[in-house]
Structure formats: C-alpha cells, structure tokens
Design a protein around this ligand. Structure first.
Ligand SMILES: [Zn+2]
Ligand SMILES: [Zn+2]
Length: 209
C-alpha cells in the first residue's frame, strides 16, 4: 500500500479532480451501525470503482478481523472515534495504521453500545491529542469527519486549534445535505476555504451506513 499522505497530496495537487468518485474513506459495517458486513463493504467499494476506500467503524477495528485487509486493493485501514475537543463533540477519522497495534487498544470501545448507540457514544472520554500522537507514531493520519456537524461557533478558529493539535486532514467532500438535515451550522464553502487556509489534507467519504 502506498503512503496515504502521498495519495492525498496527489488529489490535492490535481485540484481534487474526481476525488468523490475515486475516494471513499468513510464506510461503516455491521461492526458498528452500518448495514453491510465487512465483506459486503469491500464488495460495495469494488462495485463503485473507488481507487481507495476505508472501513471506518465507530470506535472499533473488528471488521478487519473478518477480511484479508492486507491483500485488498485500495483498502486503507481506518476507524472513526467519538471524542470531545475543547468543548466540541467531534468524529475523528484515523487512517493507515495497523488495526491490531497494541498502542490503539486503549482508545477502543469497551462495549457494543460504544460502537452503535449515539447516546452512549456522546459521553466518550478520549484524549484527542493522545490519539493523534499515537496514530502519528504508528505512521497514520487523523482527519476531522463531516466538519459542518461540529457545534463550534467559528469553523475558522476550530480548524486553527485542530491544526495546532496536529490534525492532518479534513473530510471536505461528503454528503452535506444528508448531514445538514439535522445540523445546520456552517457553510460547506467555508470547509474547503479554511481547510486550504490551514493547509490540511482533503479527504472524501460518503459515511455509508
Ligand atoms: Zn461520523
Ligand atoms: Zn461515520
């Protein structure tokens, strides 16, 4: 597998052409609250012709036990953590790490409810900076998921402090309409603008459930 940073730089250099067709770095399975089994998720990605994709279940890597993840073309390992950062509830996507690294165990769900149930997940007590540092030490990257769902007053300021926390990227391309049916805080144009301003890597994902 190529280095994920290099893959994302390539998309950025090409002005993100086709990024939404080629990249889907946000797919859930039955190992969290998704509808597809891990094997079906891999098939879903192949049928859609993504060059790169990731299975990112909430707070767990269980899906990676059910697939031969090292030998699947285009698969980038991933996870989506529930966390609070400076009073803002966020979903933090982490990519490109060994899903069975002992260093990651401390951040994983301790119960089934922590992988599925919103009301349980919102009480998460993960240390964002510790996750990011651990992920970096394992050669991976951390990305802020669906940023318009963040209950922060200023996206500009929030991206700035996330940059200081060493966040690598922003999920800029995602189905805003679907998410914004519930959350209507920030303008999608600002996500792209501020992601560029703070020189984040840009990612795409459908948050398939
Ligand atoms: Zn999410
Ligand atoms: Zn998700």
């Amino acid at each position: 597998m190529e280095n994920i940073k290099e893959i994302l730089y390539k998309f950025k250099e090409n002005n993100c052409e086709d990024i939404e067709k080629k990249l889907n770095l946000h797919i859930h399975t039955t190992c969290s609250d998704g509808s597809l089994s891990p094997v079906e998720a891999v098939n879903f990605a192949k049928e859609n012709g993504y060059a790169y994709f990731s299975i990112t279940d909430h707070n767990n890597f269980e899906a990676y036990k059910e697939i031969d993840y090292k030998n699947i073309d285009g698969l980038i390992t991933g996870i989506e953590f529930d966390c609070w950062y400076k009073g803002v509830f966020i979903h933090l996507l982490c990519y490109g790490i060994n899903p069975f690294a002992p260093e990651m165990q401390q951040f994983l769900a301790k119960s089934k409810a922590e992988t599925k149930t919103d009301i349980v997940r919102i009480f998460a007590k993960r240390d964002v900076e510790k996750i990011i540092n651990t992920v970096h030490s394992l050669g991976g990257i951390a990305v802020l998921a669906h940023p318009c769902c963040c209950f922060c007053l200023s996206l500009n300021h929030f991206f700035k402090i996330m940059k200081e926390a060493k966040l690598d990227g922003i999920e800029v391309f995602y189905p805003y309409k679907r998410h914004r049916a519930i959350f209507r805080f920030h303008l999608s144009e600002n996500v792209f603008k501020y992601a560029q301003k703070y020189d984040f890597l840009l990612t795409a994902g459908t948050d398939k459930h």
